[in-house]
Design a protein. Structure first.
Lengths: 391, 153
């Protein structure tokens, strides 16, 4: 990935600047320099009953993010950019800086552009801006639809993207995005006598269509995404030969999401509903039988800008790991959240947030003394505070 | 006496709170107090009038090309400008905080950069005169120095 980013930057630097092409395309040369933007966040997370995202029962400051990006217009249709990002959230991130995105983008017309590189995934309304605390009211986006623990899988892909906007006059406008490539994720951890032989993400493809309706402020749309994990396991040398050869596991996913958002003056309403399907394919059905899982995720959210410096928001989100099984505390998680956002000045904000959570489906046994989810506390609270500086 | 004192102190507080909430709940209340504006383009630009939605799409960089050819180069006034507030709420159909949030999403997802922000009407006029594809807005009554006002339908 680092080589790809360097290649993208090298390519951007090697390309002739905008003015060389401007006369051919009847375009004006760009007189903008390199744009630099960044953010730094520090948060605190505290829960009752169960640990969530971090060792939150005792209270944790392991909840921070830092990012910086550089963008340069190379003429009016060509742009390049790169963003470095690091975070620490419990056991996740640990300040390992990585390229969040990097790309070359060329816009042929309003209705057709192409990006190459590592680009954020347009899945739902807010996936692309999931890291951008300043761009929203809540600290945690509804975790049913935007799970922070899956950030590395859901945030960006490396490949190509087609995008465009079609103005339709009185019928509004259509924004589309189509992408295909792969993602970079760490291979699964396995313990002896199993050993990981191969791990691959052969593809990720998807798209999003958003319709800006004739009613000002209302947009509706849908997102679809498909990806696949292929994993091969063997046995460590010296293990009794209970199984010869390789165990090949395929895990194709199909994710879809329907979305709406309505912004009216100081008010906004948003809601999304989706189902994510995973099919486990196995060449060793006796050891690992194939199965299909469909989960259900949704939320409804409202925000109000009370004054120039105070905004407030609330949401309810629901998550069911198996859509056909909703019994037992580990079969659901209902999250009721409320947030206060204080914009202290143009570059600095503070947020306070409280959650009442019913159910344990989205909890991690590893963070909770390896207890089964059905033995964790059914009703629990989560409190967060976060401050972000950005420019 | 004590009761009267209580009434006299709580009533204004309630009134203030009610006014505060009403102000917060009625979109565009401050809009009435903000000065009117003119939409301006370069004199070489043949456009005479634009749909409001087309202006919004241009300033949010959803459309980036003029129908007659060439790129659209929107320019904003500073975030503290009352004219910008009026333009944003009346033409873009959302308030400044929502627009700021929109650009934060664009910037940090790598999709687009906001238009340049200039502090004065004169600077906007100068920018529009310098760039054939530019489009900006200024206070009504500003000396346009050859820049052309465009009607918003």
């Amino acid at each position: 990935m680092n080589r790809l980013a360097l290649f993208a930057l090298f390519l951007a630097a090697a390309l002739p600047p905008g003015p060389a092409h401007a006369s051919d395309l009847d375009l004006e040369p760009s007189d903008d320099g390199v744009e630099i933007h960044g953010f730094v966040s520090q948060g605190f997370i505290k829960s009752t009953g169960n640990n969530y995202l971090a060792r939150s029962k005792r209270g944790s400051f392991e909840f921070n993010e830092v990012g910086i990006n550089f963008t340069k217009d190379l003429g009016e249709r060509l742009r390049t950019g790169v963003q470095l990002f690091a975070r620490d959230l419990g056991a996740m991130g640990n300040y390992n800086a990585r390229f969040d995105w990097f790309y070359l983008s060329y816009r042929f017309a309003d209705w057709l552009g192409i990006r190459a590189g590592r680009t954020k995934l347009p899945f739902g309304l807010y996936n692309e801006s999931a890291d951008v605390d300043a761009a929203r009211v809540p600290i945690l986006l509804p975790q049913a639809v935007y799970p922070t623990i899956n950030r590395d899988i859901l945030l960006a892909q490396t490949g190509l993207e087609l995008y465009g906007y079609i103005a339709m006059g009185p019928a509004g406008g259509l924004e589309y995005r189509l992408y295909g490539g792969t993602i970079s994720v760490d291979p699964p951890q396995v313990a002896p006598p199993l050993r990981l032989v191969d791990f691959d993400v052969p593809y990720m493809v998807g798209g999003r269509l958003l319709w800006e309706t004739p009613l000002p402020g209302l947009r509706v749309g849908g997102s679809l995404q498909s990806l696949r994990f292929d994993t091969s396991y063997g046995l460590t040398p010296g293990t009794p030969p209970v199984f010869m050869g390789l165990a090949k596991i395929g895990l194709p996913f199909v994710l879809w999401l329907g979305s709406f958002e309505y912004v009216y003056g100081r008010f906004s309403l948003a809601g999304e509903y989706g189902r994510w399907r995973a099919n486990l394919e196995s060449n060793v059905p006796a050891l690992l039988p194939p199965n299909k899982t469909v989960n259900e995720r949704y939320y409804g959210m409202a925000t109000v800008q009370v004054t120039q410096w105070l905004s407030t928001g609330a949401y309810y989100s629901g998550f069911f790991p198996k859509v056909e099984d909703r019994k037992g505390r580990d079969a659901y998680q209902h999250d009721f959240a409320g947030t206060l956002r204080f914009d202290l000045n143009r570059h600095w904000l503070l947020k306070l947030e409280g959650h009442f959570i019913h159910g344990t489906a989205d909890l991690s046994p590893a963070l909770n003394d390896d207890k089964p989810l059905n033995q964790l506390q059914k009703n629990w609270w989560l409190f967060l505070a976060k401050t972000t500086a950005y420019f | 006496m004590a009761n009267r004192q209580n009434i006299s102190t709580t009533q204004p507080t309630r009134r203030t709170a009610a006014a505060f909430l009403l102000g917060a709940w009625l979109p565009g209340r401050e809009l009435l107090a903000a000065p009117p504006f003119l939409l301006v383009v370069n004199p070489k630009n043949p456009v005479q009038q634009m749909e409001q939605s087309a202006v919004a799409q241009a300033f949010l960089k959803k459309t980036m090309a003029w129908r007659h050819g060439g790129s659209i180069r929107p320019v904003d006034l500073g975030a503290d400008s009352q004219v910008r507030r009026r333009f944003t709420e009346q033409v873009l159909g959302r308030n400044l905080v929502a627009v700021k949030s929109y650009w934060q999403q664009m910037i940090f997802s790598g999709r687009a950069l906001p238009p340049p922000e200039l502090e004065t009407d004169a600077e906007v006029v100068q920018y529009v005169l310098r760039h054939v594809g530019a489009i900006g807005y200024v206070s009504a009554g500003t000396d346009l120095r050859g820049a052309r006002a465009v009607e918003i339908r």
